[in-house]
Design a protein around this ligand. Sequence first.
Ligand SMILES: *Cc1c(COP(=O)(O)O)cnc(C)c1O
Length: 224
Amino acid sequence: MTENPDPALVERIAGNLAAIEERIAAAGRAGVTVVGVTKRHPVDVVVAAVEAGVVDLGENYAQELVGKAAATGDRGIRWHFIGQLQRNKVRSLAPHVSVFHTIDRSSIAAEVGRRCPGVRAFVQVDLAGIPGRGGCAWADLEAVVGAAKDAAIDVVGLMGVAPPPDGPGGRAEVRACFEHLARANAELGFHELSIGMTADLDEALGAGATVVRIGTGLFGERTL
Ligand SMILES: *Cc1c(COP(=O)(O)O)cnc(C)c1O
């Protein structure tokens, strides 16, 4: 692992972060947390991200998160788990993860609550119906939120992944999905909302995102 990250890499990430923050400001928003998604980027990128001021970092795969957490040690990183959760991986994630974004069924809620009592988490709703992206059906949302609260998880809001903006529904469908989620979020009394990736950042900000999850927009194309 590089103890001193490549200054050119740090500068590039810092520039990308400034551009994202400008878009957040241009949308009239403040207090939005930018989670840098380091999945399929090497440990050097994690170290450079922290140096550039990105300390909220997101990963999709348990093994990759645990490996990077072990390799980078105590740098003040807050790890966010944003991938599909498997029950048998929660134990290995528990010592490292600050925020779980993908609670989507009662059995997972129970396991996360058991291994990480009091942990901050989002309940993920399936917005796009894309297989393999996770999330509960709308019809199950209240039950999953209830199970998470019963499991002593600190549920702070809802999370969703919109259909791609270059798909048949275009950006109008992205906006509709995000607005639907934002309404449900408010009805449930939550104050945090985890929506928005590189391709749909502006739509997410418009719908009230408080946490955005940005990979390529900060770190470029994934290489691993
Ligand atoms: C990969 C991923 C992101 C980041 O995607 P980019 O398009 O690279 O910004 C955000 N959220 C989730 C759930 C992801 O899997």
